[in-house]
Write a protein that binds this ligand. Structure first.
Ligand code: TXA
Ligand code: MG
Length: 317
């Protein structure tokens, strides 16, 4: 059910959960002041309690209520990327953030979104926690219809159009004197170079990795449609039937159905379309699809490749 800003403000202040647009993906929002509403987010999504939530704020100055000491270059990052699709994990002052939000960790994740409606809403409501507005493990929602698909026609959604980025925020974590990327996202890694003077290392976690995840929630399955995705980097000419997730400037067999992510030179448009397309597979009950992953291992393509990899891997788990 599409609602307007005033109604979203009222529902959130009364301790209800409301879906809210951001420039990355839609979020399932609850006020930081309402622990019961925060608990409802976990049950609505089917989200494991060991997966912490991002705290969304109206402006950088609001962080001082929760954080005493800021890592090197934090304010340079904030100045360069906020408001926008950056999330930063910081050590928090004990007892300032409910344990349920942090999943018991001594840290919390913060983001200042740039979507004008979200900004306006946050200015009225104060801090909101928001995971992506999808059932746990499923592709994120990039328009209000996706939210209704997962949570029902009557679920309140602040209508904010299609998300401009289409991929979740990039998450940074300060580790032993350097910033690291703990989730690839809408900000390509190279964009940090001019601000930090180095490109942050990408820390990847999976069940087989020898590295400990920063929070156990990072090991849960993500972004997966019901459809079985099969990554392929060449040999498309040998396919005779089936569905291919590909690009409009590439040739595939005429006997295959192609769902296209736009031009293979435009990662931004592929990012905007990705989740809608993964959802389309399930809407049309398509059981499996090949995915063209013959893409550069750089820039925003890295995020797209990671999402496609997780979506295809999880489908088999
Ligand atoms: O773009 C986004 O970030 C969207 C929009 C709605 O803002 N939100 C989003 O939230 O993607 P979610 O819950 O789907 O993903 C947030 C991830 C969690 O999976 C968790 O791994 C990580 O952020 N996270 C949160 N708090 C953390 C912490 N204290 N330490 C390490 N990772 C944390
Ligand atoms: Mg999510």
């Amino acid at each position: 059910m599409k609602i307007k800003l005033e109604q979203a403000h009222r529902l959130l202040s009364q301790g209800h959960v409301v879906a809210v647009p951001t420039e990355t993906v839609y979020g399932l929002a609850a006020s930081l002041k309402h622990p019961k509403a925060i608990a409802d987010i976990f049950s609505l999504k089917g989200r494991p309690s060991n997966n912490p939530l991002i705290i969304h704020l109206a402006s950088v100055k609001d962080i001082h209520a929760y954080v005493h000491t800021f890592p090197n270059q934090f304010f340079a990052l904030a100045h360069a990327f906020w408001p926008g699709p950056l999330t930063v994990v910081l050590d928090v002052i004990p007892d300032t953030i409910p344990e349920i939000v942090r999943a018991g960790l001594p840290t919390a994740a913060f983001r200042i979104p740039s979507h004008p409606l979200t900004q306006e809403l946050l200015a009225k409501t104060g801090p909101l926690v928001m995971p992506s507005a999808n059932l746990s493990g499923k592709p994120s929602a990039t328009c209000s219809e996706h939210v209704e698909e997962d949570f029902g026609q009557h679920f309140p959604v602040l209508e904010g159009g299609t998300c401009a980025q289409g991929l979740e925020s990039t998450i940074l974590y300060w580790n032993k004197g350097f910033w690291e990327i703990i989730r690839l996202g809408a900000i390509a890694p190279g964009r940090f170079l001019p601000i930090l003077g180095y490109c942050p290392q990408i820390r990847s976690f999976n069940a087989k990795s020898d590295k400990e995840p920063l929070c156990p929630g990072q090991l849960h399955k993500h972004y997966a449609p019901k459809a079985h995705l099969k990554p392929l980097s060449d040999g498309f000419d040998r396919l005779t039937s089936g569905c291919i997730i590909g690009f409009e400037d590439r040739q595939y067999p005429k006997t295959c159905r192609v769902l296209n992510l736009g031009l293979s030179t435009k990662p931004e448009s592929a990012a905007q379309r990705l989740y809608a397309l993964l959802r389309q597979l399930d809407q049309e009950n398509i059981p499996e699809a090949w995915v063209d992953i013959n893409l550069p291992q750089e820039g925003l393509w890295l995020t797209l490749l990671e999402r496609l990899h997780k979506a295809s891997q999880s489908a088999r788990d």
